[in-house]
Every structure is written in structure tokens, then in C-alpha cells.
Design a protein around this ligand. Structure first.
Ligand SMILES: NC(=O)c1ccc[n+]([C@@H]2O[C@H](COP(=O)([O-])OP(=O)(O)OC[C@H]3O[C@@H](n4cnc5c(N)ncnc54)[C@H](O)[C@@H]3O)[C@@H](O)[C@H]2O)c1
Ligand SMILES: [Zn+2]
Length: 380
């Protein structure tokens, strides 16, 4: 057993109800004077972006808001955000919203200090210089993007999801405030919650797991398992919302340092081709891919089952993932309205894109392209 470990996180991670109210102090503490708020149209209309701007103004900071983020953000979103940043003369970024807004804010902050295009930085540790200071405020529980060194941006031309991992993508401050997730409707709560659970599971069985990420992943799995159904059935259950936010943050910290694996590798091409929300495509894949991977790390999956209160058997984990999908109403790909002909035409390309992303390389059981196509067939 190795006791070596490594962890990269934002310098400040604050998880508590009301944490988003601290954005003014956080920005002032970073010495910021002109901030660009990056968010999506929903939060511009609903008033949260204005409330955050007010708190920044009260701290003496001049703000501008860019609300052009779309779900599964594109390189065009990043370019438009960068233009807004330059027009405002911003010296820092506040990213506010779900994973799409956070990922766009992270990319904009980094592109402000680096020449080239987003596509130039795809892969691991390819960004030469640190970006502008970034404060991340998640509204879903969630992607964990507020604590990860990852951004996922869809190439507007090729429709491929570009995965970028680099320490320069880490926010300086993460303000994880579960109060902001109360407005998530049940389906969104389910999808982002299964995304978090997938992060915890994949981080724990990843070839890059280490003792610190293990601790984070196990605790995350326990919290998410214990509260996802509650948050889904009753969005006003504050305790469940709070636990989900902590679980999502811990799971993000785990996978950002230990990597995700085959589920995420296979999920991104589904999102890119069929525009299925990230958490939903993970949910569709999770039981089937876990069943496939089980033999590669039975004891580790059994540890997860134990942390989740499912007993000592790895098979109980897969049974539970099936049951969870049934309860959350997660369909198959055909149930999502994806046409067979379209699916058959792109599945080999999707398998190749999954392998190219690098994530499947950390899976406990290796999958070759033909096996990945077989797994895609199984979830159709
Ligand atoms: N960087 C990372 O580490 C990481 C990890 C996982 C996923 N991702 C990426 O994150 C994106 C998905 O993010 P997401 O699942 O959080 O959703 P999202 O940001 O795409 O938002 C989906 C929809 O939900 C709405 N929404 C968000 N919060 C809400 C709230 N509190 N109340 C009501 N509506 C709300 C948004 O306005 C939007 O319409 C994908 O692009 C995925 O690739 C990134
Ligand atoms: Zn994810």
C-alpha cells in the first residue's frame, strides 16, 4: 500500500449556506477592481446575477455581466465572453451557475492571459500561463467544477467536447452555497446528482486514485447516496440539499485529482452528438459500465458499496445503480428519442472519441474500441 498522495485545490473552498454572500469580500481580498460575471440567461433574468453584482459593487468593485453561456458551452461562448472581458477591462472573473457557466468562466479567465484558441490547450497541462483570478459560485450539486482543474468546452465547428485539465483552471475561491440549488427542478437535481455520484465512483476506482482522493471519494459517495433521493423528491429538503452540495464538492475535488474513467469518456461523445445533458448521459451509462468494470477492481467497488450503506458486496452497488435510475426516471438512449440509424452511424466514432479523451485509460478494466461499441449498444 502506498501512502503517497497529491492534491490540487482552490486556495479557499467555502461550503455553507449563504457562502455566495461573501463574494464581495472574496473579490476584494484578491485585490480585484473590475470583475466580469459569467453566467447564463436564466440567472440574468431570475435576478441572481444582479444580486451578486450588487454585493460586488458594495465592496467597491466595478462589474459587468456576460450572460451568453449555453448548456454544454461552446468555443463561441468562450470567445464572446473573452470579448466582454476585454471590453470591460476586467482584472478578474466571477463564474456563477451550473457547470456550463463555471466551465465558461474558467476558460475565459485563462484565455485572457494566453494566446491562441481553446482547442490549443486540449488534454493535460497544456496551458502556459495562469489566468485572471476566478471566483466560482455553483448553482447545481453538481459538477464540482468550482473545485476542479477541468473545463469541458464543445468545439463549435467539430461538435467535439474538448476536455482540458490544467492547474491554471483552478478557481482561486469556491463559494458553494446550497441555498442556490433550491430552485433546481427534480430532473436537474437527479441528473447533476448522478454526475456527482459518478465522479465519486470513478475517482475511487481510477488508476490515479491516491489516499487523499480516496477519503474524499468515499465520503462523497456516502453523502450523495444518502441524500440524492431525498433532494429529488423534495427540493425544499434543506438538509438533503446541503449534503448534496458538500458531496458534489468533495466528489469534484476527488476526480479532479484522481481522474474520471470510462463512464465519462463514453458520456462526452453522447453529449456532443445528441445534446443530452452531461449528468443524464452519465446516468444512462453508469450501471452498465460499472457492471463491465467490476472485475477490474472488485474490492474497491465493494468498499464503495460499504460506504454507501449497501453491504460488502460489489454486485450490490450495480443493483443499487439500476434501482436509482429507475427511481429517478432515467431512460435508455432509445427512450431519449435517439434514432437507431443515427446512433449506429456514429457509435464507432463515439468509441474512438471516448478513447482519445484519455479518461478510459484510468478505468480499472481496460476497454478496447469494440467493447466500447458493445457497451453503447447495451445502453441503447
Ligand atoms: N469542469 C468540470 O469539472 C465538470 C465536471 C462535470 C461536468 N462539467 C460540465 O458541466 C456542464 C453541465 O453543468 P450542469 O449539469 O451543472 O448544468 P448547466 O450549467 O448546463 O445548466 C443546465 C440548466 O440548468 C439551469 N440551472 C442551473 N442551476 C439552476 C438552479 N439553481 N435553478 C434552476 N435552474 C438551474 C441552467 O440555467 C441551465 O438551463 C457540462 O457542460 C459538463 O460537461 C464540468
Ligand atoms: Zn461529470
Amino acid at each position: 500500500m502506498s501512502f503517497a498522495a497529491e492534491l490540487h485545490l482552490p486556495q479557499d473552498v467555502i461550503v455553507r449556506g449563504g457562502a455566495s454572500h461573501e463574494v464581495g469580500d472574496a473579490a476584494a481580498g484578491l485585490g480585484l477592481e473590475r470583475v466580469l460575471i459569467v453566467t447564463d440567461p436564466f440567472f440574468a433574468e431570475q435576478g441572481l446575477a444582479a444580486a451578486v453584482a450588487e454585493r460586488l459593487t458594495a465592496a467597491g468593485i466595478v462589474t459587468e455581466t456576460f450572460a451568453g453561456v449555453q448548456p454544454d458551452p461552446t468555443t463561441a461562448n468562450v470567445e464572446a465572453g473573452l470579448e466582454a472581458l476585454h471590453a470591460h477591462g476586467a482584472d478578474g472573473v466571477v463564474a456563477l451557475g451550473g457547470g456550463s457557466s463555471l466551465d465558461t468562466g474558467k476558460a475565459v479567465a485563462v484565455m485572457a492571459a494566453n494566446d491562441g484558441a481553446v482547442a490549443d490547450f486540449v488534454g493535460y497541462h497544456q496551458i502556459p500561463r495562469p489566468g485572471l483570478p476566478l471566483i466560482a459560485i455553483p448553482t447545481t450539486a453538481g459538477t464540482g467544477s468550482e473545485v476542479t482543474r477541468v473545463t469541458v468546452i464543445t468545439d463549435a465547428e467539430s461538435d467535439r467536447k474538448l476536455m482540458i485539465l490544467d492547474d491554471h483552471l483552478l478557481p482561486r475561491v469556491a463559494l458553494a452555497d446550497f441555498e442556490l440549488t433550491r430552485s433546481c427542478p427534480p430532473d436537474l437535481t437527479a441528473h447533476v446528482g448522478v454526475d456527482s455520484l459518478t465522479h465519486a465512483i470513478e475517482a475511487y476506482v481510477s488508476a490515479k486514485a491516491n489516499p487523499i482522493t480516496d477519503a474524499l471519494a468515499l465520503r462523497a459517495a456516502e453523502l450523495l447516496q444518502g441524500h440524492l433521493r431525498r433532494a429529488y423528491h423534495d427540493g425544499e429538503d434543506a438538509e438533503a440539499r446541503e449534503a448534496m452540495m458538500l458531496g458534489a464538492t468533495l466528489a469534484g475535488a476527488a476526480f479532479s485529482n484522481a481522474s474520471v474513467a470510462l463512464v465519462h469518456g463514453m458520456s462526452r461523445p453522447i453529449g456532443a452528438h445528441f445534446h443530452i445533458p452531461h449528468g443524464l448521459s452519465n446516468a444512462v451509462l453508469l450501471p452498465t459500465v460499472t457492471r463491465f468494470s467490476l472485475e477490474g477492481a472488485r474490492p474497491r467497488y465493494a468498499e464503495l458499496a460499504r460506504a454507501m450503506g449497501l453491504g460488502d458486496d460489489a454486485d450490490a452497488l450495480v443493483d443499487e445503480l439500476d434501482a436509482l435510475n429507475a427511481e429517478l426516471g432515467v431512460p435508455s438512449l432509445s427512450g431519449l428519442g435517439i434514432e437507431r440509424e443515427h446512433f449506429d452511424r456514429v457509435k464507432a466514432d463515439m468509441a474512438q472519441a471516448a478513447l482519445d479523451s484519455g479518461s478510459p485509460g484510468f478505468n480499472p478494466r481496460e476497454a478496447i474500441a469494440e467493447e466500447i461499441v458493445g457497451l453503447y449498444n447495451a445502453i441503447y
